[in-house]
Design a protein around this ligand. Structure first.
Ligand code: PLP
Ligand code: LYS
Length: 440
């Protein structure tokens, strides 16, 4: 079973009309164009301008529930790096999820909405003293330590018993893009199991009187589409827990297996097998625990992309069509993923219907880079012209959070849609915002 199967069936018929699996539940296409959660794309563009990130609240909530249903005994910590804003953190808190933050900035947003500190973990291969102090001041439940320097610094700053997890690199390849492969040795995250670095980190934490070692963490990568890597990582991690018991006489109770569950960016791409993941990881953990004679640890997972990516759509206005390029009013400042990972997206005419034949075009942005591409070689009607509205689905994760001011372009707003209503969550950046930081 897949995430989509866990969701109610209603969305399938609507998605079938769009002939794609990449739109939020409740998205439809009619004579007046695209309609998301009962709100038309034309209305959104008129009211909020373009480019605009549209976020379907029910899709986010449904995905939170799908995780909780598939893994009721597991702590599901939303990875805030994928999209942090006050409303989204409120939604995931209301849906009973925990939160993974990786900076004082993300924590500040969590704090501003009163996200319970008992359900927050802090990550990061580089945590500055400010990050650590912010985490300690808010009394976050767990800090996932990532270097010996950090263990020493945290030990000096913290008061007993600050709970920590040690981030372990299990030597497992998630078979994803190199830039987001984090489970193998020779990259900047965590302590490798091989060569004894992880064992050394465990000893270093145990030597700090202010720290309490609660368990272990690993994260094998992002946009990981198969379950086998998670199973193998789980086996290696529990085996290591057995070695820690043998060496230090302590039984660790917590195992965090990270996030990384893939989503389909293009119609027809496989959806992450959440039910299979739940079953196979459970078996891997409990079998290995029984083999080494440990109680089954309490599991945490940290999905980000799989919670918010499918809830997001970006709307752009076409500014010009020339030389086989359709150029829009946004670009790499609101979608870095094409330039970073060669990511592929589909594009849909959103403001009207067209019966014109399709032709292959490349949708490009407004920035001063030839690599500023939104979608390469995609079919669009031949009559697409300046002023048309285009929609790009699957933009809820790592779009707003990776957005920049390149060329002093202002970052787009985030608008939530639900039950025929729209609500501005994050306003568009203004030139005044840009000038406010520039002290001359
Ligand atoms: C430690 C950690 N947890 C969770 C995530 C979330 O990943 P994703 O959004 O792919 O689920 C990341 C990002 O890859 C991460 O680095
Ligand atoms: N930014 C990446 C994912 C990084 C995951 C965070 N560790 C993406 O858009 O796919």
């Amino acid at each position: 079973m897949t995430l989509a199967d866990v969701l109610p069936s209603m969305g399938k018929s609507l998605r079938a009309k769009l002939d794609q699996d990449v739109w939020p539940l409740g998205t439809s296409i009619g004579p007046d164009g695209l309609c998301v959660a009962g709100v038309s794309a034309n209305e959104l563009a008129t009211r909020f301008g373009t480019p605009v990130y549209v976020l379907a609240e029910d899709e986010v909530r449904r995905r939170c529930r799908a995780y909780r249903t598939a893994l009721p005994e597991v702590e599901v910590a939303y990875a805030g790096k994928s999209l942090t804003c006050k409303a989204v953190l409120r939604w995931v808190a209301e849906e009973g999820l925990s939160l993974d933050v990786c900076s004082a900035g993300e924590l500040a947003v969590a704090r501003s909405v009163g996200f319970p500190a008992t359900r927050i973990l802090m990550h990061g291969n580089v945590k500055t003293p400010e990050d650590l102090k912010a985490a300690l001041a808010y009394e976050v439940d767990r800090i996932v330590v990532d270097s010996l320097d950090e263990i020493a610094q945290l030990g000096a700053l913290a008061r007993y018993p600050q709970r920590v997890l040690v981030r372990v690199t299990p030597g497992v390849d998630g078979h994803t893009h190199k830039a987001i492969t984090t489970g193998v040795d020779n990259q900047k995250f965590g302590f490798p199991l091989s060569g004894g670095a992880a064992a050394e980190a465990v000893a270093a934490v145990l030597a700090q009187p202010s720290l309490r070692l609660a368990g272990l963490h690993c994260h094998i990568g992002s946009q990981v589409s198969t379950v086998a890597g998670y199973e193998e990582a789980a086996r290696r991690m529990v085996t290591f827990m057995g070695q820690i018991r043998d060496t230090h006489g302590i039984v660790l109770r917590e195992l965090d297996l990270g996030g990384g569950h893939a989503v389909p960016y293009l119609p027809g791409e496989p959806t992450f097998d959440l039910t299979g993941y739940a079953q196979r990881v459970r078996v891997a953990v409990s079998y290995t625990a029984a083999t080494v004679g440990l109680p089954v640890p309490h599991l945490t997972i940290e999905p980000g992309r799989a919670v918010v990516a499918p809830a997001g759509i970006t709307l752009y206005r076409v500014v010009t069509v020339k030389n086989g390029f359709v150029a829009v009013d946004g670009g790499m400042s609101d979608n870095m993923r094409v330039a970073l990972y060669g990511a592929k997206y589909c594009v849909r005419l959103a403001g009207r219907q067209s019966n014109a034949p399709l032709r292959t075009v490349t949708v490009v942005g407004r920035h001063c880079e030839a690599g500023d591409v939104i979608a390469e070689d995609v079919p669009l009607p031949t009559d697409v012209h300046a002023g048309d509205l285009l929609a790009v689905p699957m933009t809820g994760a790592y779009h707003h959070s990776l957005a920049s001011n390149y060329n002093q372009v202002c970052r787009p707003p985030i608008v939530a849609v639900r039950d025929g209503q729209s609500r501005l969550l994050v306003r568009r950046e203004t030139e005044d915002d840009l000038l406010a930081r520039d002290l001359g």
